[in-house]
Design a protein around this ligand. Sequence first.
Ligand SMILES: Nc1ncnc2c1ncn2[C@@H]1O[C@H](COP(=O)(O)OP(=O)(O)OP(=O)(O)O)[C@@H](O)[C@H]1O
Length: 299
Amino acid sequence: MNVIEIKNVSREIKGKKILNDINLDIKKGEIIAILGHNGAGKTTLVNTIMKLAKYSGSIKYSFDKKDVYKKIAYQMQTSSYENEAKVLEVCQLYKKVLQSKIDLQELLKEFNLDKFQNAYIKNLSGGQKQSLSILLTLIGEPEVLIFDELTTGLDSLKRRSIWDIIKKINEFSGTTIILTSHFLDEVEYLAEKVVIMNQGNIEKIGTVSDIVNNQFKDTKKIEFETPCIDNLENVFGRKVKITGSKVSFTYQNNEEDEIYKSVKKLSGTNIVMKNFSFEDAFLQMLGYKLVNGGEILND
Ligand SMILES: Nc1ncnc2c1ncn2[C@@H]1O[C@H](COP(=O)(O)OP(=O)(O)OP(=O)(O)O)[C@@H](O)[C@H]1O
């Protein structure tokens, strides 16, 4: 069942297309990540879902349109709170306004904020403020959660713990989660479906593995070192990249055994034969060029 259906949505500002004919179905209970470089249109897209930006086309919800703010909680890129307020006070205010029955102490504990519940928000660290703003999105027990740049500004430990909380919310409450991100590791870890945006367009929709497989099919890459660096292009019948004693090139999966044997004959060491990564696929899709060894050239 689709919780949100976006059909032919476009947004234009002063003659510039910010969103260009976007079509996207968001299924109930899925974690979907919208990925793209700065200015790709990610925030604008979620703003249209939240009715915060004008658009042409249609967005349908599985609930009454007038309940958007009740059913969807949106953590914006920049959140600001009354500095003179304390953590618990803000939580209680949200609980009251949203008429929620949630157990605040349990929630604060989950986010490691119970120790800071009487602290002024102005005295929290950046990471703690970010945790608080995620916690606040949960108070109304929404059907859909939208996070615009979920973990920007957090250290790696904090990011991991936020990821785990997001997974838990999704698993236990079946909450649909939409997140925008620049971080490929975050998207790989969390998202069941990835939407890659570029200059207001959707370039690709799929799982991480679908996207990598479609982009590279059966192509893999090899790196090794060898003392015999002469005539390698003839030996392997393709272009190779040589940096000092390091050699790299791409090959088809069915050539793997043959190539491995040839490399061994050349006294090859430190041999690494691997698949292309999600990052390789993402960069190639957005117009960066991977040279033979899988390195990236920004054309
Ligand atoms: N109100 C506006 N007026 C003019 N241009 C705008 C407006 N809102 C967005 N844009 C432009 O639309 C494009 C997409 O912006 P948007 O914020 O949606 O991108 P994004 O993918 O979220 O970027 P980032 O990752 O940097 O947050 C950008 O070029 C931005 O400058």
